[in-house]
Design a binder for this molecule. Structure first.
Ligand SMILES: NC(=O)c1ccc[n+]([C@@H]2O[C@H](COP(=O)([O-])OP(=O)(O)OC[C@H]3O[C@@H](n4cnc5c(N)ncnc54)[C@H](O)[C@@H]3O)[C@@H](O)[C@H]2O)c1
Length: 479
């Protein structure tokens, strides 16, 4: 076990800890290697600019105390921030425990980028850009430290993580010198990866497959002396599953699995195995996972939290920031058309129409809830191998204003999917582990901010979701 540190302001690579520092103190200000961090101001040791960068003048400090803004996207304020600040008194308590992060799809682009990035951050080689938990006020919560995260997972492919990370360098996702700099961590994580359950060869005895996954989780936990293990699904998207009566009845589900009926998708087998072993579960994909009512009952029975589903990283993220603008200005959206092209393993998986159906369903959610009326909103996804790890989304919004005058808005989102997703996966691992320590069980509704198809809420507006997340975290600390 790693010894506890009473504050984050030690030599550890935790986020900034002081309330009044003129510059944000981060790992990036300590020993960042030239050429690794893309931001010139970080390379120059001036810290990471952006929402956490605040004034240290007397007037600035007063403003900081009175009002914490969340940066350009986050117009909403968190009502309980000042309370959290008072309690934290500028120094976050750190969980003195190692936490396992077990990826389903452990050698995929998102998992590899997350493991490489976490090791780089823990070593002080990269800054926290993209990590929501690096923002005020989340940075003050006593989440597990990066150096206390131990990675492992299930996979179907054999290529070692280091090799996978180098391929992501070739794609422009990971900085060139980072894989070699964190090679030891990648090799350690690689040694923790176990063969997964394949959808191509579904297990004849589902309960046996579940027990094998559980044994892997148990071995991982005991080999590394982990306080808990968070299981995160970042494997290939599955098609939607045929409804079955056992999906809504935990007793019937157990019986069906014992009788060797394959009534669950592979993602749901993993979710069952995880939660039945007392491990929190995060669905970062649109696959069925833990979404079924019987599995939600299992989560409550074992008092474990779960979160999902389908990470909100690109087009849908922009939608959830823009749609509330149209709504609050009383501008009527007439249609919202989205075209997406992407490559990579995710794009290849989504080239199968049945798998794409899962993604299109989760991408299509939310607009009606945010606008307050139904709107024509077709979304397309096309696989273009040449795009590699990059995704382009073109959106055209047709709307009308006063006098019924018709107008249009177009946007183009050119995103590196894994660089957008990996920090969120790390945020989710830390937040879910913390929720587990605080006795949270069942669906973690306040984590809606991270997902296209959030569990347990119809709130899709990004600023409201962020406020909900901040308040939840403050409340957890106050308990
Ligand atoms: N990147 C993003 O912005 C983003 C956003 C939201 C959701 N997602 C979802 O995250 C998932 C991962 O994306 P990616 O780009 O890393 O895809 P990827 O194809 O690079 O990685 C998926 C990995 O899962 C492995 N895998 C497949 N089936 C498995 C099984 N049954 N057991 C264990 N491993 C298995 C594959 O071998 C592969 O290595 C996808 O489902 C994607 O839709 C990604």
């Amino acid at each position: 076990m790693t010894a506890a540190s009473s504050t984050a302001d030690s030599a550890s690579p935790s986020f900034k800890t002081t309330t009044s520092s003129a510059t944000t103190r981060t790992a990036s200000t300590r020993g960042i290697s030239e050429g690794l961090h893309p931001d010139p101001s970080v390379r120059a040791g001036r810290g990471v600019p952006g929402p956490t960068h605040r004034s240290n003048t007397a007037a600035g400090r007063r403003t900081n105390r009175a009002k914490i803004t969340m940066g350009p996207v986050f117009g909403a304020r968190c009502t309980k921030i000042t309370k959290m600040q008072r309690r934290a008194k500028g120094a976050a308590l750190i969980l003195p425990q190692r936490v396992g992060v077990w990826f389903i799809g452990a050698r995929g682009s998102v998992a590899t980028t997350a493991i490489t990035g976490a090791a780089g951050f823990a070593a002080g080689l990269i800054g926290p850009t993209g990590l929501v938990t690096a923002l005020e006020p989340l940075v003050r919560a006593p989440l597990p430290r990066f150096e206390d995260l131990i990675f492992g997972g299930h996979e179907l492919t054999d290529a070692p993580l280091l090799k996978r990370a180098k391929l992501l360098v070739d794609e422009g996702v990971i900085p060139p010198s980072l894989p070699a700099a964190v090679a030891k961590s990648l090799d350690e994580a690689n040694a923790n990866i176990r063969p997964g359950i394949s959808m191509e060869v579904p297990p004849k005895r589902p309960m046996e497959a579940i027990h094998r996954v559980q044994e892997d989780l148990r071995n991982f936990r005991s080999a590394h002396g982990l306080a808990r293990v968070v299981v995160i699904n970042v494997s290939s998207t599955e098609p939607p599953i045929q409804p079955h009566p056992a999906h809504s009845d935990l007793g019937a589900l157990r019986e069906a699995l014992e009788q060797e009926h394959m009534v669950l998708s592979i993602s749901s087998l993993y979710a069952y195995a995880a939660m039945d072993s007392g491990c929190p579960f995060v669905d970062f994909t649109p696959s069925p996972g833990a979404r079924l009512p019987a599995l939600q009952a299992l989560a409550r029975e074992h008092a474990v939290p779960h979160a999902g589903r389908d990470g909100k990283t690109g087009e849908t993220l922009v939608k959830s920031a823009l749609a509330p603008m149209f709504a609050s200005r009383a501008l009527r959206v007439r249609s919202w058309t989205g075209m997406n092209v992407l490559g990579g393993g995710d794009g290849a998986a989504l080239a199968e129409p049945e798998r794409a159906r899962s993604k299109l369903e989760s991408k299509g959610l939310g607009l009606e809830a945010m606008l307050g009326y139904d709107v024509e909103s077709p979304v397309r996804i096309d696989y273009v191998r040449d795009r590699g790890e990059w995704k382009t989304a073109w959106d055209r919004i047709s709307f009308e204003g006063f006098l019924g005058t018709r107008m249009q808005m177009h946007f183009i989102w050119e995103g590196c999917d894994s660089a957008l997703a990996a920090p969120l996966v790390l945020d989710l691992a830390r937040l879910t582990a913390y929720a587990h320590t605080r006795g949270q069980k069942g669906a973690l509704v306040p984590l809606a901010f991270f997902f296209k198809d959030p569990l347990g809420t119809t709130e899709h507006r990004l600023d409201r979701q962020f406020a909900m997340l901040c308040e939840w975290l403050t409340d957890l600390e106050d308990r």
